[in-house]
Design a binder for this molecule. Structure first.
Ligand SMILES: [Zn+2]
Ligand SMILES: [Zn+2]
Length: 138
C-alpha cells in the first residue's frame, strides 16, 4: 500500500495537491482529446475517492478547458501541465493524471478505453488489459 496522502503536482511545481484516500481505479484513454491534450497515443489517469483531493498551492493558476460534451480538462496555466479531469455534472468525480504523482501511487492501470480512436502510429500493447471501443463499462 502506498503511503497516504499521495502527493503530486504540475510541471513547474506551482500547483501541488494531496489525495487522502486510496485511488479507486486507473486506466488508459486512447481518445482523440487525450492525444491532442498530451501529444501522445494514450493517457493514464486514476479515479479518486470523492472528496479526497486537496489543493495545497497554486489554486489561482488552475484553469480548465470545458468541452460541451465531456469532462473538464484541468491544467496549470503557468506551465500547461495537465492535472486531472473533472465531471461537469458532478465535480466530485475526478480522475488525476498518473504522471503527476511524486511517488508510486500503488494502483496499476487495468483497462484501455476509447480504443476505437487509437493512434494509427502506435500499436496498442498486447498487455492483456480489457479494451473498450468507447467509454469503460463495468
Ligand atoms: Zn505548473
Ligand atoms: Zn481521453
Amino acid at each position: 500500500m502506498p503511503k497516504l496522502p499521495l502527493k503530486g503536482g504540475c510541471l513547474c511545481g506551482s500547483v501541488r495537491y494531496e489525495i487522502a484516500q486510496p485511488l479507486v481505479f486507473a486506466g488508459y484513454c486512447h481518445c482523440t482529446r487525450c492525444q491532442r491534450r498530451t501529444g501522445t497515443a494514450a493517457a493514464a489517469s486514476a479515479r479518486i475517492a470523492p472528496g479526497s483531493l486537496r489543493i495545497l498551492s497554486g489554486q489561482e493558476l488552475i484553469k480548465a478547458w470545458r468541452p460541451a460534451d465531456g469532462f473538464a480538462k484541468v491544467f496549470c496555466s503557468n506551465c500547461g501541465g495537465t492535472l486531472w479531469s473533472q465531471s461537469q455534472h458532478d465535480p466530485e468525480v475526478i480522475s488525476v493524471r498518473m504522471g503527476t504523482f511524486d511517488t508510486d501511487p500503488g494502483i496499476r492501470l487495468s483497462y484501455r478505453a476509447y480504443v476505437a480512436y487509437a493512434a494509427p502510429w502506435e500499436p496498442i500493447p498486447e498487455d492483456g488489459l480489457p479494451r473498450f471501443p468507447e467509454a469503460r463499462k463495468g
